[in-house]
Design a protein around this ligand. Structure first.
Ligand SMILES: [Zn+2]
Length: 470
């Protein structure tokens, strides 16, 4: 009988706030100079007092409401005691008994809790016998989300983390960039042959969705192999070596009692619902459209799941679609055509937010209208979009200037055909005598005369008609 893997996730995400969790030092993830965003509070000087960051609490409650978790009314803060050089106070302020959010669901995965704590500083080990510490990160608001051990494969774990990242971004709660360490995933993995849970191994340092998947798959194989050989697994913390593609033992796991949690006496207890803007209803009513709601809406418009996913995972394209395609194009065919040009050509071009801005305010809808009317060929549409993305401008005027409008006016086309025929009597005679390939030359003349605006098909048709009638 095969082993069933059981996976639970612990995800930490730095929140986007003006200041740190318990002091007014700046929360600036782009700061590259070490130890500039620090103060006596986040440096753990004796006699300082923490003040809770309201914005951070608000972010976590919004995340909780979006996940349909229970938002607590009463909450308090606890000290998690341990010594490490990146923890200036000798304890981390976290939440133990009263997390801000209990329960909830994301991507079919049940959530145990979501709480708020402070981040530690960043150690830089030189390898020459000393280490440097950058305290800019010490005290940043850090959300911790814990799932139930109810995931059974690596792909579901990775999809969960991706959807959480989308949610944090769409709520403006955090950038959750994994490469920058703004979102950090730990996976608890065990395998067993029956309903009991096997020995749990925690894997840390997963800093991309790919590593989440690869590390879990590796760990399932490693544990299966060990048990097959009759070895005993130990409860431990393992790291992930991205280069070698393996997990390695870091330390044996401490139990939570080692941290001597107790309520922080320096921070008041909160009745959240009594704070204006923090009641469950107020929080729920101010949520934007959530990523999975957006996904369902796009699918219901007839998009493929890949198209919907592109718009959901790229907010600038999602909002461009909503305001410039959906809101401005009334016709289902125009919307379909617009979606196509947006996802294939504009996105294929890698257009950024500034470039999309130049196509906004109705310009894109006007281009698509010209295409729908046959005034722009598909080549012409692509060329015009390219110019508009780079330089902006009025679509119709630009298309005219650049000779991209196809000539639909049959009188004008007739005048051009007359001119060609009278200027090329010898060639016309050759065609009449059966030299059909000479027709191409006349079409070329017509395209030149119309400055490229004639439709070559129509030009050919008109020329053939006139020659055979003469
Ligand atoms: Zn500070």
């Amino acid at each position: 009988m095969a082993y069933t893997p059981t996976i639970g996730l612990e995800i930490h995400a730095e929140l986007k706030t003006k200041t740190k969790m318990f002091c007014d030092s700046r929360n600036d993830p782009d700061e590259t100079r070490p130890n500039v965003n620090v103060c006596p509070v986040c440096m753990g000087f004796p006699g300082t007092l923490p003040v809770v960051n309201k914005e951070a609490v608000h972010h976590v409650l919004r995340v909780g409401a979006a996940l349909d978790g229970a938002l607590v009314d009463y909450t308090e803060w606890d000290r998690k005691n341990y010594f490490y050089p990146d923890l200036p106070k000798g304890y981390q302020i976290s939440q133990y008994e009263y997390p801000l959010v209990a329960g909830g669901m994301l991507n079919g995965v049940a959530i145990t809790r979501v709480h708020l704590e402070e981040d530690a500083a960043r150690n830089q080990h030189s390898g020459d016998g000393y280490s440097l510490i950058d305290f800019n990160r010490a005290g940043l608001p850090l959300m911790e989300l814990v799932t139930e051990p109810c995931i059974h494969d690596a792909e579901t774990a990775s999809a969960f983390a991706q959807n959480l990242q989308l949610l944090l971004r769409s709520l403006g709660a955090g950038d959750a960039n994994m490469e920058k360490g703004q979102m950090r995933v730990e996976a608890n993995i065990s395998i067993s042959k029956d309903d009991t849970l096997g020995t749990k191994v925690e894997v840390k340092n997963l800093n991309s969705f790919k590593s989440v998947e690869k590390a879990i798959a590796f760990e399932i194989d490693r544990q299966t192999e060990a048990l097959e050989k009759g070895e005993l697994l130990v409860q431990e913390t393992r790291g992930w070596d991205e280069v070698k593609g393996i997990t390695f033992s870091q330390r044996k796991k401490e139990g939570s009692h080692d941290y001597r949690y107790f309520p922080d006496p320096d921070i008041p207890k909160f009745r959240l619902a009594r704070i204006p803007g923090f009641s469950k209803d107020e929080i729920k009513n101010t949520l934007p459209e959530l990523p999975w709601e957006k996904r369902a809406r796009y699918i219901s418009l007839g998009m493929t799941s890949t198209e919907a996913e592109t718009l959901v995972s790229d907010p600038s394209y999602g909002s461009f679609f909503d305001t410039e395609v959906l809101a401005r194009m009334n016709d289902a065919n125009a919307i379909k055509l617009g979606t196509n040009y947006l996802l294939t050509d504009i996105r294929g071009h890698g257009a950024n937010e500034d470039e999309l801005q130049r196509l906004s305010g109705g310009a894109f809808a006007e281009v698509i209208a010209l295409t729908m009317k046959g005034e722009l060929s598909s080549r012409g549409t692509k060329d015009l979009l390219e110019v508009l993305l780079k330089e902006g401008g009025d679509p119709r005027a630009l298309a005219g200037e650049r000779g991209l409008i196809q000539m639909k006016d049959s009188a004008a086309l007739g005048r051009i055909v007359d001119e060609i025929l009278s200027e090329n009597t010898a060639i016309v005679l050759e065609i009449k005598n059966g030299k059909q390939e000479a027709l191409k030359y006349l079409i070329g003349q017509g395209m030149k005369k119309s400055k490229g605006s004639a439709n070559p098909g129509e030009l050919e048709k008109a020329l053939v008609e006139r020659i055979s009638a003469s």
